[in-house]
Design a protein around this ligand. Structure first.
Ligand SMILES: [Mg+2]
Length: 296
């Protein structure tokens, strides 16, 4: 007999990871029925829809459990729809990138995950906020956002495509000047890219902020200043292990709040999705213990 008394809500992005999320969703519904857990499903139909669905599901603040079948993009939309509400979130990693969920431990499959839900095995995690938008993994401006822009235009996904786009942009991207101020450190110089991280990885395992922790109440700033292209190519693989921090072009610190002023409007990626407008200034802060999520 299951211990969940209320109807569990499920948001599904059926096109995540080129439709592979549907298989996980089918397995999930089979297991929920086998366990006698009542549930209700909500299918996303367009980008941004998960935020609207989540807002509708949680606005009375009565929903106890909301499960998400999708990737980081869907997860981001859900968190933007229920920030400040008491709902507990469970992410079933069904996207091409599931970087935030990887921070919570090793995925051991749906059965094990549902055990965790039934045992009410949760933890509090931080989120970041850029202007009024919540983020889970990171935000980036400059070189990396340009890569995501190019990947979106070509409908490319995954690590290999990311690496291809890195090399394509390496010779075309013009560095920008940034003035950054935080309590811990100020920075005023030229940059190739700027990232502010809640999670250690993004882009499907790209370990940009190896010292990040989603429970430490801090954001990890990782900047890469102008770098010689040959040196960039030689050192690029270091980002997979997080050993890039030793390079003199990498500037890294932890902060709760950061103000950014850039010398031109740049594309900004938030959890792998581009903001609709390019920005040349933005404020970022940590929101400690922003969400309660199920462990694996
Ligand atoms: Mg942190």
């Amino acid at each position: 007999m299951n211990k969940i008394k209320t109807e569990l809500q499920v948001i599904v992005n059926p096109v995540a990871n080129r439709g592979k999320s549907k298989l996980l969703f089918e397995e999930l519904t089979y297991l929920l029925e086998k366990r006698g857990i009542r549930y209700s499903c909500h299918i996303t139909e367009y980008p941004g829809h998960a935020t609207l669905l989540t807002d509708k599901i949680t606005y009375k603040n009565e929903t106890e459990i909301l499960l998400i079948v999708g990737g980081d993009g869907t997860y981001n939309e859900v968190e933007n729809g229920c920030f400040g509400r008491k709902v507990k979130l469970g992410h079933i990693p069904a996207g091409s990138c599931n970087d935030f969920t990887r921070e919570l431990g090793l995925w051991k499959g749906l059965d094990s995950f549902l055990d965790s839900v039934e045992r009410d095995n949760t933890m509090l995690v931080d989120a970041g906020r850029v202007n009024n938008r919540i983020f889970l993994t990171n935000i980036g401006a400059g070189f990396d956002a340009q890569i995501i822009h190019d990947m979106n235009v070509r409908n490319l996904k995954g690590n290999l495509a990311y690496v291809r786009m890195v090399f394509k942009n390496l010779f075309g991207f013009k560095c920008f000047h940034a003035e950054l101020s935080s309590l811990e450190k100020s920075f005023d110089s030229s940059l190739l890219m700027l990232t502010i991280n809640n999670a250690t990885t993004y882009g499907g395992g790209f370990k940009i902020a190896p010292l990040a922790n989603v429970q430490d109440g801090m954001l990890d700033v990782c900047l890469i200043s102008s770098i010689n292209k040959a040196k960039f190519i030689i050192n690029f693989p270091k980002v997979y292990s997080g050993s890039h921090l030793g390079l003199e072009e990498v500037i890294y610190w932890k902060t709760k709040k950061l103000k950014s002023n850039l010398d031109r409007k740049l594309p900004i990626q938030v959890d792998g999705e581009l903001l609709p407008d390019r920005l040349d200034n933005f404020d970022i802060e940590i929101i400690p213990d922003a969400f309660r999520v199920f462990r694996f």
